[in-house]
Ligand binder design. Structure first.
Ligand SMILES: NC(=O)c1ccc[n+]([C@@H]2O[C@H](COP(=O)([O-])OP(=O)(O)OC[C@H]3O[C@@H](n4cnc5c(N)ncnc54)[C@H](OP(=O)(O)O)[C@@H]3O)[C@@H](O)[C@H]2O)c1
Length: 268
């Protein structure tokens, strides 16, 4: 699928991967609906999209609000005159021992990383179908492929999103609407600012522009799954498919260091 001249909803478009994706779609002549809570951050993205030749509309919304997904899709479809691509990118994270996680933080991850993309996709499907060639792009995480300690809830919701995408892709086969899942490895975005985990712990961060290069190339190559992880993490992902106990064992010596490095990791 070529990304040029598409009508696109990007959630979480005020920063990080969502902003960079919006800029790529915009530079390719796209008409965008930019969604997130911070109107000022979305306006910054919109200004950059317009400067590169695209068209951008801002839809401020808290996607944890149960009525927001339907409203956002309806408003976007009206502004864009239809819909070709839904990018389920908005996300949040809270790391730490399971018992240290507050009810609010757990619910925030379920709401934003899992429930909101499901509701947005349900609302978007009739419009994607009407477009003829539609795409749902789910930004999951490499953690959906190897669940990591101290990220129990985040691992669960990202794996949930990846399986939601996989199921829906099969359900929609040959209907004209494709579902593509992205598994980003650690990426230098605001989400990672509060994490102290670096390369030594397997969290070497790639620049966001490199990651989005891979995502755009993957869409244009018609990949169904786009994995942007570094080689070291990919080796662990492969091992996790064949020998989970070996991954348990490999992580064990690093548990204390990992716990110390990520216990303050929070973007909620
Ligand atoms: N960075 C990484 O290492 C990494 C790795 C794997 C996967 N990912 C995934 O990549 C996606 C993008 O994250 P990022 O790294 O680019 O981080 P980011 O810069 O923190 O972006 C997350 C975006 O989600 C939006 N968001 C959060 N809560 C929201 C809510 N309640 N309603 C509406 N929008 C909300 C935020 O906008 P507002 O604050 O304005 O609402 C923000 O723009 C996420 O799904 C993340 O889980 C990131």
């Amino acid at each position: 699928m070529k990304i040029s001249d598409r009508r696109v909803i990007v959630t979480g478009a005020g920063s990080g991967i969502g902003r960079e994706l919006a800029l790529r779609f915009g530079a390719a002549g796209g008409t965008l609906a930019l969604v997130g809570r911070r109107a000022d951050a979305l306006e910054d993205t919109a200004t950059q999209v317009r400067a590169s030749g695209g068209t951008a509309h801002v839809i401020p919304a808290d996607l944890a609000d149960r009525s927001a997904p339907d409203r956002v899709v309806a408003e976007a479809v009206q502004l864009l005159g239809g819909l070709d691509i839904l990018v389920n990118n908005a996300g949040n994270v809270r790391a730490g021992d399971l018992e240290s996680l507050s009810q609010n933080d757990i619910e925030a991850m379920v709401d934003i990383d899992l429930l909101a993309p499901i509701l947005l996709t349900r609302a978007a499907l009739p419009h994607l179908r009407a477009a003829g060639e539609g795409l749902v792009l789910g930004i999951a995480s490499g953690i959906a492929l190897v669940a990591l300690p101290y990220y129990s809830v985040y691992s669960a919701v990202k794996a949930g999103l990846a399986h939601f995408d996989e199921s829906l892709r099969r359900e929609l086969l040959d209907t004209g609407t494709r579902v593509v899942t992205v598994y980003p490895g650690a990426t230098a975005t605001p989400m990672m600012d509060s994490s102290d985990a670096g390369e030594d712990l397997g969290f070497g961060r790639r620049p966001v522009s490199d990651v989005v290069d891979d995502i755009v190339a993957g869409i244009e190559a018609d990949l169904l799954e786009i994995n942007t992880a570094l080689e070291s993490r990919r080796a662990m992902q492969e091992l996790n498919r064949t020998d989970v106990a070996a991954v348990d064992k490999a992580l064990q010596p690093r548990l204390a260091a990992l716990r110390a490095a990520v216990s303050g990791h929070r973007s909620i």
